[in-house]
Design a protein around this ligand. Structure first.
Ligand SMILES: [Mg+2]
Length: 171
């Protein structure tokens, strides 16, 4: 059952997720989390590196949607200047928002990667929807109020995986 929390891939930062990296895995669409995945949870705007990352993906024809459980205000202010499709108040790990993003992309399950920093929302949600999952190391070690409890649970899941020898990276 805990296997639903295990990501397919693990990277240090989204910047490692290049068009070549994705094409190699047959991925044509990316559903990415915002807080602590793209920028720190309390940083309102994209950094120049993240702007360039989006531009590169789009140039290579990769579909991108920003999907966050955070408020419309937060997610719109971040996404609109970048001209990137977004879904706020997504209620990850529930499947509805993933389904909506997938329908808009018009891609198969195996052609989509869900990218995020949390096992309990991003990875669990992506896995349950049958999509590829890529876990990233959180941009900063602090979290918004509602994420702190999730992190406690997450640490226990990591410990379990570590004991079972299922972790292939150091956290
Ligand atoms: Mg996050």
């Amino acid at each position: 059952m805990l296997k639903k929390f295990l990501p397919n891939e693990h990277v240090e930062t989204v910047l490692e997720i290049t068009p070549i990296y994705l094409k190699d895995k047959g991925i044509k669409g990316v559903i990415t989390d915002l807080d602590n995945t793209l920028v720190a949870w309390d940083q309102p705007e994209a950094t120049p590196e993240i702007k360039e990352w989006f531009e590169t993906l789009e140039q290579e024809g990769i579909h991108v949607t920003i999907m966050s459980n955070n408020s419309e205000d937060r997610v719109a202010k971040f996404s609109e200047p970048l001209d990137i499709t977004f879904i706020s108040k997504a209620r990850k790990p529930l499947g509805k928002a993933f389904q909506k993003a997938q329908e808009e992309m018009g891609l198969r399950d195996d052609e989509i990667a869900v990218v995020g920093d949390q096992l309990l929302t991003d990875v669990l949600g992506g896995n349950r929807s049958g999509l590829n999952t890529i876990l990233v190391v959180p941009v900063v070690q602090t979290d918004g109020f509602f994420t702190r409890f999730n992190r406690m649970v997450e640490r226990r899941i990591f410990n379990y995986f570590r004991k079972k020898g299922m972790l292939h990276w150091e956290d």
